[in-house]
Design a protein around this ligand. Structure first.
Ligand code: GDP
Ligand code: IMO
Ligand code: MG
Length: 420
């Protein structure tokens, strides 16, 4: 068997949580492979609305095992809070959630370093979620990090103290005021909570399950345009959000990747700083934000909104080897006079359809205007329920992107999903 991967093609918040929850019944195992509590994945079913940060979005289904892979970074404080929030909804969570011993720990001092670094950057700040993601991955690649497996070691507290001492020196350079004690008590309580879970060598576990014909879905966090190598650097996150990240973040060989579901919103959003060629700072952008409830699931910050960007999507499809597209929030486009789609960029060197080295070099997006529709899509459950203009829009995108759209989401609820 192979591992199917579902990942974001834009700047995150494409609706990954919702769609992973929809697809979960087809799989035996759902696993996260990168990122950490910077992610906020929303799910809605029955009367329940829930946002997950560290835990895979398959957790609400009765049968599946959920695995937090080695590529993920975990904050014990946020983890414990997440578990407490799920107590009533998933009473058997301890049997259903496995955690890689190789996943790295976010320390209280990583969060402080994140805040200190952002403060010192001033106007050029990344707009980080301030969850300590960057500093934790820095310690991972700098070979200083603490891993989940370390919490079982008799000298864990010394290892912790050693790393914190290093961090204190760095924080002093930033001249940043902080109170570590505010976090530390909760952090060690979180460590005790983590010890109650099954801690595994997840690469062995996952490969064994594959050889026993188990079906696995890997759930990405963030989006391709936030990838550390290929995103709009430096305004990116600190992990590989692309499909290759599933190989390193789970310990699976490239040949074991099956389908790659690339998920995108019918328009674009971005939260945090950084270039965004199709951003709308007019009333249309405001309308998209209000109709689409575009406020961050992790930080509550308003998301910047703009039209769909095809050169960026094509770039993301290329990097990930997307086999199936999933379009979300199609319902939000209802009622606009016209729908615009960016098909190329005007740059200082002429018009291009290629994603440039620096998005800042893009002078202007080149748009095509398409007819819009007024129909409410939120009750549509099959392609036949969609207005012809909307179906034409789907065909137009498939033609431009050269990949079929296999799922269209028309609302936040599990049920509001159309399989094409
Ligand atoms: P994720 O980070 O990719 O999981 O996405 P988020 O949960 O951060 O943001 C997506 C938001 O859109 C959430 O509030 C979802 O409940 C909501 N959502 C997902 N799909 C749809 C859809 O098709 N239509 C509408 N209106 N909302 C959706
Ligand atoms: P999900 O999984 C949207 C953005 C932040 C910031 C940049 C770096 O819900 O799609 P970081 O905290 O990682 O150092 O922040 O990345 N960012 C996200 N934007 N969705 C996310 O996750 C994000 N995770 C990080 O806003 O611009
Ligand atoms: Mg999100």
């Amino acid at each position: 068997m192979k591992v199917d991967v579902l990942l974001g093609l834009q700047w995150g918040d494409e609706g990954k949580g919702k769609v992973v929850d929809v697809l979960t019944p087809r799989y035996d195992i759902i696993t996260r492979f990168q990122g950490g509590p910077n992610a906020g994945h929303s799910l809605e079913f029955n009367e329940i609305k829930h946002v997950l940060h560290t835990i895979p979005s398959g957790i609400f289904r009765p049968r599946q095992i959920n695995v937090i892979g080695n590529g993920v970074v975990i904050d014990p404080i946020i983890f414990k809070k997440e578990i407490e929030g799920l107590k009533a909804l998933v009473p058997d969570i301890k049997e259903k959630l496995y955690i890689s011993k190789k996943a790295h720990l976010i320390l209280p001092s990583h969060r402080i370093l994140d805040a200190a670094s952002e403060q010192s950057k001033g106007k050029t700040k990344i707009g980080s979620t301030l969850k300590g993601i960057g500093p934790t991955y820095m310690d991972k690649t700098g070979r200083n990090g603490l891993r989940i497996g370390d919490i079982l070691s008799p000298n864990f507290k010394e290892k912790y103290a050693e790393l914190v001492a290093k961090h204190k020196q760095l924080i002093a350079i930033h001249n940043f005021e902080y109170r570590m004690e505010d976090y530390e008590k909760g952090w060690f309580e979180g460590i005790e909570e983590l010890k109650k879970f099954t801690l595994v060598d997840s690469e062995h576990y996952i490969n064994k399950q594959l050889s026993q014909s188990k079906k696995i879905l890997a759930e990405g966090a963030q989006g391709t345009l936030l990838d550390i190598d290929f995103g709009s650097y430096p305004f990116v996150t600190s992990s590989n959000t692309i499909c290759a990240g599933a190989c390193t973040g789970l310990g699976i060989a490239p040949g074991k990747i099956g389908k790659v579901y690339g998920i995108f919103k019918a328009y674009c959003t971005r939260v945090g700083s950084g270039p965004f060629p199709t951003e709308l700072s007019d009333n249309i952008g405001e309308e998209l934000r209000n109709k689409g409830h575009e406020f961050g699931a992790t930080t509550g910050r308003p998301r910047r909104c703009g039209w769909l960007d095809l050169p960026a999507l094509k770039y993301a499809i290329m990097l990930n080897g997307v086999t199936d597209l999933i379009m979300t929030k199609a319902d939000i486009l209802s009622g606009f006079d016209k729908i615009k789609v960016c098909t190329a960029y005007k740059t200082v060197n002429g018009i291009t359809e290629d994603f440039p080295y620096e998005l800042n070099d893009v002078i202007e997006p080149v748009y095509e205007e398409l007819p819009a529709w007024n129909d409410d899509l939120t009750t549509a459950r099959s392609l036949a329920d969609l207005p012809q203009t909307m179906k034409d829009y789907v065909r137009y995108l498939e033609h431009k992107l050269e990949v079929p759209i296999s799922i269209i989401s028309v609302g936040p609820n599990r049920e509001q999903t159309i399989e094409v």
